[in-house]
Design a protein around this ligand. Sequence first.
Ligand code: DQA
Length: 146
Amino acid sequence: MLKKILVIHGPNLNLLGQREPAVYGRITLKQINNELIKVAKKKKVNLKIVQSNHEGEIVDLIGKSKAKYSALLINPAAYTHTSVAIRDAIAAANMLTVEVHLSNIYSREEFRQKSLISPVVQGTIMGFGAKSYILGLEALLDLIHK
Ligand code: DQA
């Protein structure tokens, strides 16, 4: 059976392409998703990709994901720095999870220089723009096949 990986994009990532291009570049979410799908096809895994601006919706999604998916790739966006609820949902799901960020959060404003999510995931990849997602997916695939 094909493995299924859940990809979650957090708040405002739907605006990529127009949003703060000096920080996030010109690439759109659709282009990032297409790149991810290309890699997934090559590696023979299925992706379910969701973008949400709502914390509770992301919590619900993670809560239901353990039964359906082999692993989680998540950019929690602004919730990275604030959401105990998303952190707890990931810890409770206890599934292989990689956190990604387009930007290097440690080179930005002080309020971004902490991730509540990093302590409950296998690893975090940041600072490589859209490539962070591809590296994150590849890292997850390695973990799944271990
Ligand atoms: C982000 C970094 C966050 O601080 C920010 O709120 C985002 C995007 C990133 O991918 O670099 O929305 O997660």
